[in-house]
Design a protein around this ligand. Structure first.
Ligand SMILES: [Zn+2]
Length: 169
Protein backbone atom coordinates (compact mmCIF):
# COMPACT_ATOMS: atom_id res chain seq x y z
CA UNK A 1 0.00 0.00 0.00
CA UNK A 2 2.09 2.91 -1.22
CA UNK A 3 -0.79 5.18 -2.27
CA UNK A 4 -2.12 6.86 0.86
CA UNK A 5 -5.60 8.35 0.78
CA UNK A 6 -4.87 11.50 2.87
CA UNK A 7 -6.36 13.75 0.19
CA UNK A 8 -9.67 11.87 0.36
CA UNK A 9 -10.08 11.71 4.14
CA UNK A 10 -11.78 15.08 4.46
CA UNK A 11 -14.20 14.26 1.65
CA UNK A 12 -14.71 10.82 3.20
CA UNK A 13 -15.75 12.37 6.53
CA UNK A 14 -18.10 14.76 4.73
CA UNK A 15 -19.71 11.91 2.77
CA UNK A 16 -18.64 13.54 -0.48
CA UNK A 17 -17.15 10.41 -2.06
CA UNK A 18 -18.77 8.06 -4.54
CA UNK A 19 -19.60 4.54 -3.35
CA UNK A 20 -16.53 3.15 -5.15
CA UNK A 21 -14.18 5.79 -3.72
CA UNK A 22 -15.67 5.23 -0.29
CA UNK A 23 -14.99 1.50 -0.47
CA UNK A 24 -11.42 2.14 -1.61
CA UNK A 25 -10.87 4.52 1.31
CA UNK A 26 -12.33 2.03 3.81
CA UNK A 27 -10.22 -0.80 2.40
CA UNK A 28 -7.12 1.36 2.71
CA UNK A 29 -8.02 2.41 6.26
CA UNK A 30 -8.24 -1.27 7.26
CA UNK A 31 -4.64 -1.81 6.27
CA UNK A 32 -2.96 1.56 6.90
CA UNK A 33 -2.28 2.74 10.45
CA UNK A 34 -0.97 6.15 9.33
CA UNK A 35 -4.17 7.05 7.47
CA UNK A 36 -6.36 5.63 10.27
CA UNK A 37 -4.52 7.80 12.79
CA UNK A 38 -4.91 10.86 10.55
CA UNK A 39 -8.63 10.14 10.16
CA UNK A 40 -9.04 10.01 13.93
CA UNK A 41 -7.12 13.32 14.29
CA UNK A 42 -9.37 14.95 11.69
CA UNK A 43 -12.49 13.55 13.37
CA UNK A 44 -11.31 15.04 16.66
CA UNK A 45 -10.89 18.46 15.07
CA UNK A 46 -14.26 18.21 13.38
CA UNK A 47 -15.92 17.31 16.70
CA UNK A 48 -14.31 20.34 18.34
CA UNK A 49 -15.48 22.63 15.54
CA UNK A 50 -18.97 21.15 15.85
CA UNK A 51 -18.95 21.58 19.65
CA UNK A 52 -17.69 25.14 19.32
CA UNK A 53 -20.47 25.93 16.87
CA UNK A 54 -23.16 24.65 19.24
CA UNK A 55 -21.70 26.24 22.38
CA UNK A 56 -21.81 29.72 20.81
CA UNK A 57 -25.15 29.34 19.06
CA UNK A 58 -27.32 32.38 19.75
CA UNK A 59 -30.51 31.66 21.72
CA UNK A 60 -33.90 33.33 21.23
CA UNK A 61 -33.90 37.08 21.82
CA UNK A 62 -30.13 37.11 22.27
CA UNK A 63 -29.60 40.08 19.95
CA UNK A 64 -32.09 42.21 21.90
CA UNK A 65 -30.33 41.32 25.13
CA UNK A 66 -26.95 42.32 23.70
CA UNK A 67 -28.38 45.58 22.35
CA UNK A 68 -29.92 46.28 25.78
CA UNK A 69 -26.64 45.44 27.47
CA UNK A 70 -24.76 47.84 25.21
CA UNK A 71 -27.36 50.54 25.90
CA UNK A 72 -27.02 49.87 29.63
CA UNK A 73 -23.24 50.10 29.58
CA UNK A 74 -23.19 53.16 27.35
CA UNK A 75 -24.85 55.33 30.00
CA UNK A 76 -22.45 58.00 31.40
CA UNK A 77 -22.53 56.50 34.93
CA UNK A 78 -21.22 53.15 33.78
CA UNK A 79 -18.81 54.49 31.19
CA UNK A 80 -17.06 56.39 33.96
CA UNK A 81 -16.09 53.04 35.48
CA UNK A 82 -12.80 51.94 33.96
CA UNK A 83 -13.68 48.27 33.59
CA UNK A 84 -16.54 49.01 31.22
CA UNK A 85 -14.15 50.40 28.63
CA UNK A 86 -12.89 46.87 28.27
CA UNK A 87 -16.37 45.37 28.41
CA UNK A 88 -17.82 47.55 25.67
CA UNK A 89 -15.56 46.33 22.84
CA UNK A 90 -16.04 42.76 24.08
CA UNK A 91 -19.82 43.14 23.81
CA UNK A 92 -19.38 44.67 20.36
CA UNK A 93 -17.30 41.69 19.27
CA UNK A 94 -19.88 39.31 20.74
CA UNK A 95 -22.65 41.18 18.96
CA UNK A 96 -20.71 40.96 15.71
CA UNK A 97 -20.20 37.22 16.18
CA UNK A 98 -23.93 36.83 16.83
CA UNK A 99 -24.82 38.71 13.67
CA UNK A 100 -22.35 36.62 11.69
CA UNK A 101 -23.84 33.43 13.17
CA UNK A 102 -27.37 34.50 12.35
CA UNK A 103 -26.50 35.70 8.85
CA UNK A 104 -24.20 32.79 8.01
CA UNK A 105 -26.61 30.24 9.47
CA UNK A 106 -26.41 27.05 7.47
CA UNK A 107 -23.30 28.21 5.64
CA UNK A 108 -21.33 27.78 8.84
CA UNK A 109 -21.12 24.02 8.56
CA UNK A 110 -19.74 24.32 5.06
CA UNK A 111 -17.34 26.93 6.43
CA UNK A 112 -16.33 24.54 9.19
CA UNK A 113 -15.61 21.96 6.57
CA UNK A 114 -13.39 24.44 4.71
CA UNK A 115 -11.65 25.32 7.98
CA UNK A 116 -11.11 21.62 8.52
CA UNK A 117 -9.50 21.30 5.10
CA UNK A 118 -7.30 24.33 5.80
CA UNK A 119 -6.38 22.83 9.18
CA UNK A 120 -5.65 19.53 7.51
CA UNK A 121 -3.42 21.18 4.91
CA UNK A 122 -1.57 23.05 7.66
CA UNK A 123 -1.09 19.80 9.56
CA UNK A 124 0.11 18.14 6.40
CA UNK A 125 2.60 20.93 5.56
CA UNK A 126 3.96 21.20 9.10
CA UNK A 127 3.91 17.43 9.35
CA UNK A 128 6.27 17.24 6.38
CA UNK A 129 8.58 19.77 8.03
CA UNK A 130 8.44 18.36 11.52
CA UNK A 131 8.38 14.70 10.60
CA UNK A 132 6.64 12.85 13.42
CA UNK A 133 5.32 15.99 15.15
CA UNK A 134 1.97 15.97 13.33
CA UNK A 135 0.17 15.22 16.60
CA UNK A 136 1.63 18.34 18.22
CA UNK A 137 0.32 20.52 15.38
CA UNK A 138 -3.08 18.80 15.55
CA UNK A 139 -3.06 19.37 19.31
CA UNK A 140 -2.25 23.07 18.82
CA UNK A 141 -5.10 23.46 16.33
CA UNK A 142 -7.43 21.74 18.82
CA UNK A 143 -6.14 23.90 21.65
CA UNK A 144 -6.78 27.08 19.64
CA UNK A 145 -10.38 26.02 19.12
CA UNK A 146 -10.76 25.24 22.83
CA UNK A 147 -9.33 28.68 23.65
CA UNK A 148 -11.84 30.36 21.32
CA UNK A 149 -14.67 28.50 23.10
CA UNK A 150 -13.22 29.41 26.50
CA UNK A 151 -13.05 33.08 25.44
CA UNK A 152 -16.69 33.08 24.42
CA UNK A 153 -17.64 31.56 27.77
CA UNK A 154 -15.62 34.14 29.70
CA UNK A 155 -17.27 36.92 27.71
CA UNK A 156 -20.65 35.48 28.72
CA UNK A 157 -19.58 35.54 32.37
CA UNK A 158 -18.38 39.13 32.01
CA UNK A 159 -21.76 40.06 30.55
CA UNK A 160 -23.54 38.44 33.49
CA UNK A 161 -21.19 40.10 35.98
CA UNK A 162 -21.87 43.49 34.42
CA UNK A 163 -25.46 43.51 35.70
CA UNK A 164 -26.82 41.83 32.61
CA UNK A 165 -29.39 40.19 34.89
CA UNK A 166 -32.27 37.94 33.94
CA UNK A 167 -30.14 36.45 31.20
CA UNK A 168 -31.26 32.89 30.75
CA UNK A 169 -28.39 31.55 28.67
ZN1 LIG B 1 -2.29 5.20 4.12
Amino acid sequence: MSNHIEDQLSAYMDNELTETERQQVEEHLDTCLACSALLSDLSGIKTQVFTAYHSIEAPEGFEDKVINAIGFNATPVNVSKGSNWLLFPLISVLCFITIVLVVMGSYLFKFSSIMLKVAYNLIHVFGDILGSHTYIIAGLVGLSIVLIVASSISIKHMLKASGFKGANW
